[in-house]
Design a protein around this ligand. Structure first.
Ligand code: ASP
Ligand code: MG
Length: 473
């Protein structure tokens, strides 16, 4: 049994629904549970309709709503669905459109958009897309069951970011297993759930991956495939390192590290339920299905450098006070101030009498710095970037630091942080140095003969050399 999840761009129009249906049909021998997102941008548009309705901007509501309905009707007409099937589907879609209108009228009258109403509204995107996809598949002669996600994904009642009840989901999913065993294809919508009293909830924006991982874990499935519009996770940000390569496999910890440092392909937390059960997750490109994509595994054998991640927009605070030499409680007091001002701390480096701390450039610093100055001298440096070498065993592998700094010879490294985890080696530099540093590190670890020494154990580099990608890390 496998779970296949298709994102919004994969089903952005009728032709894409048909293409996705063909991809699924080719996998039929494997018993597939399919999870699909709303068509591209639909959730954004539904959110907009909700806001406009709350502000009683009737004309704009009407315009956005009509466009949404038109897009879905057009998709149905272009998805290659037989006329007989299309009639049913149109009927059901019309029901959903009516429901949207009712919700919108309610919001307009009350001038209030509660999280609960918002969830009911946003959920319609996935209800529509999953029905369209299910109809495409049954129209191809494949026995298909559409299942309302609210029957499977049971959550608490925190609307907007509902917390799934994994035990209850596992019980519900038991009803799906026999269908899959009989060779039926099962299609459901991502993102949407229901509280135990039946109220519609959502798992939060981007939640379809989470749905897929929850279902994969509950079945359990032998694998989870996330079909999207990029080739996979890359060795570096392709906007900086244009020749970055697709990673055939990566561990969950490394993927989490990459996401933290800016890779937007997926949020690893959302696939955690599957990874926890040891279910391999594969990122695949719907538009280039022939590529292997990237596998995210609980653990990957071997040690070495996997990727270079980088993030702009960092500010450093250099704190010092000679009186603090050997004093205890110093660091605790400093962090207490950050805590009080709710400013999250990123990279940290310390010496006897100083501490350097980086924060996001958007963090409100004025009050924080004022209070810090009562304790220590503070120097604020803006316009910095954080570059991270991500891999496995970096703490124990000799020579990583030498190679990193060998590659960065002409670059001024402002801060270094290593050892907190085995998966990253992080340093801070001027924003202007982000690109040269990334390029040189990429060259050092992925483009030279040395690569064989530190990376070859991790992955075969021959396979993905020419993969093109549109990923934004
Ligand atoms: N359609 C939802 C969103 O755009 C969920 C998803 O696509 O994962 O946030
Ligand atoms: Mg999405």
């Amino acid at each position: 049994m496998i779970v296949l999840k298709f994102g919004g761009t994969s089903v952005r129009d009728g032709r894409q629904f048909a293409a996705v249906a063909r991809l699924i049909a080719a996998r039929r021998s494997e018993s597939c549970l399919v999870v699909v997102s709303a068509m591209a941008d639909v959730t954004d548009e539904l959110e907009r309709v909700g806001q406009l309705a709350r502000e009683a901007r009737a004309d704009e509501v009407e315009r956005v709503l009509n466009e949404l309905i038109r897009r879905h009707r057009h998709a149905i007409s272009e998805a290659g669905i037989t006329p007989a099937e299309a009639v049913n589907l149109e009927d059901e879609s019309n029901h959903t459109f009516t429901r949207i209108r009712q919700l919108v009228t309610g919001v307009t009258l009350l001038g209030e958009l509660t999280p609960r109403t918002s969830d009911a509204l946003l959920a319609t995107g996935e209800l529509l897309s999953s029905k369209i996809l299910a109809t495409c598949l049954s129209g191809m002669g494949i026995p298909t069951r559409w299942i309302d996600p609210r029957e499977l994904i049971i959550t608490d009642a925190s609307f907007g970011a509902a917390v799934p009840d994994e035990d209850e989901i596992e019980r519900r999913v038991k009803t799906v297993r026999p269908m899959l065993e009989k060779g039926q294809l099962v299609v459901t919508g991502g993102f949407v759930g229901a509280a135990i009293d039946g109220q519609t909830t959502t798992l939060g924006r981007g939640g379809s991956d989470y749905t897929a991982a929850l279902l994969a874990a509950a079945l359990p499935s032998s694998s989870l495939e996330i079909w999207t519009d990029v080739d996979g996770l890359l060795t570096a940000d392709p906007r900086v390192v244009s020749h970055a390569r697709v990673l055939p496999s990566i561990s969950f910890a490394e993927a989490a590290e990459l996401a933290y440092f800016g890779a937007k392909v997926l949020h690893p937390a959302t696939i955690r339920p599957a990874v926890r059960r040891g279910i391999p997750v594969r990122i695949k490109n719907t538009f280039r299905p022939e590529l292997k994509g990237t596998s995210i595994l609980r653990d990957v054998e071997g040690i070495g450098v996997r990727a270079i991640a980088a993030r702009r927009g960092t500010t450093a605070l250099f704190l010092s006070n000679p009186r603090m030499l050997l004093a205890h409680g110093y660091v605790a007091r400093i962090f207490g101030i950050f805590e009080r001002h709710r400013v999250p701390v990123d990279v940290i480096a310390t010496s006897e009498v100083s501490v350097a701390i980086t924060v996001n450039e958007d963090a409100p610093l004025e009050a924080l710095v004022r209070e810090l100055r009562e304790l220590v001298e503070v120097e604020v440096v803006r316009g910095l970037a954080v570059v991270t070498v991500v891999g496995k065993g970096l703490r124990t592998m000799p020579g990583v630091a030498a190679r990193v700094f060998g590659a960065l010879q002409e670059i001024n490294v402002i801060m270094i942080s290593q050892g907190a985890s085995d998966t990253n080696f992080t340093f801070v530099l001027a924003e202007g140095d982000l690109a040269p540093a990334s390029l040189r590190l990429h060259q050092e670890f992925f483009e030279t003969v040395n690569e064989k020494r530190m990376c070859a154990e991790l992955w075969d580099t021959s396979e993905t050399k020419d993969a093109r990608h549109s990923q934004s890390l």
